[in-house]
Structure formats: structure tokens, C-alpha cells
Design a protein around this ligand. Structure first.
Ligand SMILES: [Cu+2]
Length: 166
């Protein structure tokens, strides 16, 4: 365990930069998030240093969830955003992932607020293996999908979905 944590810590500076595609200053319509589950970390971090995933309501969120070949089993879970799993041909909101597994899926960003993502294994979760998907209200109510820059005001975000459902 200690070795795995050290590897995770060593990778942390490299991994933190690409976990969140951008601050949601501009409505992009689509975002990409890569999360690596290793030890009791996401991308080598424990909460509150885990990636803050930011998006606008209605954006398409493309996730890549990776469990390295040297890692242990994890269960990826995200609140309020079930995704369609092609292998199981059904919607899931938690996925058992073994060493070497890579899962790619997309969801539509739901109601504005803070939604927890976490490992569903209680011992990992208790060590800080969780983070926040923060969804902001759409920056424009005109129906324009790409209102452009200028929407820099951060709305107050209701705190939703934070209670862990273990
Ligand atoms: Cu885990």
C-alpha cells in the first residue's frame, strides 16, 4: 500500500493538470475528464485536493476512468449522473473496476450544484477518495449554445448530492 501511495504522490503534479478541461468561463458544450483511481486517491490526491470537475448544466461530459494495472480494485460512483454502460447494456451509477480496467462513458451535466464522485469501497472513501463535480447554471438563457466569453461571474452554487450514499 505504501508503495502505491508513493507512486500516486509522485504522479500527482503530472496528473492534476489535465483532470479538469477548463474553468467553465465559456460554455463549451462538451468537456473531458480523466480520473485515475490508485491506492486511495483520484489522480494521486485525497479530498480536498482531488480534481474539481467543473461544467455547465447541459454540457456533455466525457469521462475516462482508469485503474492502473498495478492498482487494486475500485468502484467508481458518481451521484446523480447514471451513464449507459455498453458492456452491460444498461444504465449504471457505480462500476466495479479491476486492475488495468479503463472505462469510457459520457453523461449530460445535470442540475446545478455540487455532486460527489467517489470510490464506493468504504475504506477508500474514508481515506479521502472522493471529489466534486460542480455544475453551474447555463451562462445564457437565450438558447444560444455558445454565448462566448464574458460570463465570468461565478453563481452561488447550492450544495446538492454531497451526502455519501454508501
Ligand atoms: Cu477504491
Amino acid at each position: 500500500m505504501k508503495r502505491i501511495l508513493l507512486v500516486g504522490l509522485a504522479l500527482a503534479p503530472l496528473l492534476a493538470g489535465f483532470a479538469s478541461s477548463a474553468d467553465p468561463v465559456v460554455y463549451l458544450g462538451e468537456r473531458h475528464f480523466t480520473l485515475i483511481m490508485n491506492g486511495s486517491t483520484f489522480n494521486g490526491m485525497h479530498y480536498p485536493d482531488t480534481p474539481l470537475l467543473e461544467a455547465y448544466e447541459g454540457e456533455k461530459l466525457n469521462f475516462i476512468v482508469v485503474v492502473p494495472a498495478t492498482a487494486e480494485t475500485h468502484v467508481f460512483h458518481i451521484h446523480g449522473h447514471p451513464w449507459y454502460d455498453n458492456a452491460e447494456a444498461r444504465f449504471l451509477d457505480a462500476k466495479l473496476m479491476n486492475a488495468g480496467d479503463v472505462d469510457r462513458f459520457n453523461v449530460t451535466a445535470g442540475a446545478p450544484g455540487d455532486w460527489m464522485y467517489h470510490c464506493h469501497l468504504d475504506n477508500h472513501f474514508q481515506m479521502g477518495m472522493w471529489g466534486i463535480l460542480r455544475i453551474y447554471p447555463r451562462p445564457s438563457t437565450t438558447g444560444d449554445d455558445n454565448p462566448g466569453p464574458g460570463h465570468v461571474e461565478a453563481p452561488s452554487v447550492p450544495r446538492l448530492g454531497l451526502a455519501p450514499t454508501l
